[in-house]
Design a protein around this ligand. Structure first.
Ligand SMILES: [Zn+2]
Length: 297
């Protein structure tokens, strides 16, 4: 098994090349798809890629699916069960690409990762667990002999992914808590997260995640503001540079920003609120604003 730790925009890719079928779990963002194909190609040598799996269908976790499917047409793709129909009919709204203002090339799915069942990767059985919170359909994969967990965005070394349902007014912080409890009950020795390095201080990571969750539960506006900054910074990594007015136009037509602004910051004019987001990201060193143009930093 090889973990390709990717930079932001792309989730980490976990490649299985041992006995049995070759497989990759999560495939990164479409903008990095050529690099993803090259990484997988190099590691596989002459063997074809037999399987593609996704912990969830956010654009940074399945944006390389289409390119991998084009390179290895025989690969079978397995996704969480709740979104099979949305993938078959290709619904970019339900699949979150339009409301986040991101993009994911259309891919096809052949199978589902049914929670409560097992899938074989690298010659070992991995248990599939539902892991809602960050995404209602997300799953995590656990290998009990090695006590190894593929956590997606349910648990990182420092925190977890934005709790998207909360931005739309659905209560999902309790699901995040339940997923953290599930991970604790599995007692993994090592976690391969969707972003960042592999880590083994799982109790420490759980404690940090719970403290972060408690802060968000106490002040949901803090979580919403964090989410807006994450979405804007993510887009700026893709753009690298963008005139402020064009960035504002994108934000204005992107549904999650409309939700967050209306629900939590409606007292502030939207353009002024956008200015506050930009200033806040500039203060933390995440971007530079020069002559009316945003630059990723
Ligand atoms: Zn995600």
């Amino acid at each position: 098994m090889t973990v390709f730790e990717r930079g932001w925009l792309s989730a980490n890719n976990i490649l299985f090349t041992g006995t049995g079928d070759t497989a990759v779990v999560d495939t990164g963002y479409h903008a990095n798809a050529a690099e993803t194909v090259a990484l997988v190609e190099r590691a596989l040598g002459d063997r074809p890629l037999a399987r593609i799996l996704n912990t969830h269908l956010h654009s940074d976790h399945c944006g390389g699916n289409a390119a991998l499917q084009a390179r290895w047409p025989g690969a079978r793709t397995a996704i969480p069960p709740g979104q099979l129909a949305q993938v078959r009919d290709w619904d970019p709204v339900a699949l979150s690409y339009e409301p986040t203002g991101q993009f994911c090339p259309r891919f096809h799915a052949d199978a589902v990762l049914q929670p409560g069942t097992e899938t074989v990767l690298g010659g070992r059985g991995w248990r599939i667990h539902a892991a809602p919170g960050h995404d209602p359909h997300a799953v995590v994969l656990f290998q009990p002999d090695l006590r190894l967990l593929i956590s997606g965005d349910a648990l990182w070394e420092n925190g977890f992914g934005v709790v998207f349902p909360e931005l739309e007014g659905e209560h999902a912080f309790a699901q995040v808590a339940a997923t953290l409890d599930l991970i604790e009950s599995l007692a993994p020795a090592t976690v391969i997260p969707g972003h960042g390095r592999v880590f083994d201080d799982v109790p420490g990571a759980l404690a940090r995640a719970r403290a972060r969750l408690a802060g968000f539960e106490a002040d949901p506006a803090k979580h919403a503001l964090h989410a807006a900054k994450v979405l804007l910074k993510y887009k700026l990594i893709e753009w690298r540079t963008q005139p402020l007015d064009d960035a504002y136009a994108w934000l204005s037509r992107t549904a999650y920003f409309q939700c967050v602004h209306q629900r939590f910051f409606g007292a502030t004019d939207r353009r002024a609120w956008f200015g506050q987001l930009v200033q806040s990201l500039a203060r933390s060193g995440a971007l530079r604003l020069e002559d009316g143009v945003l630059h990723d930093a």
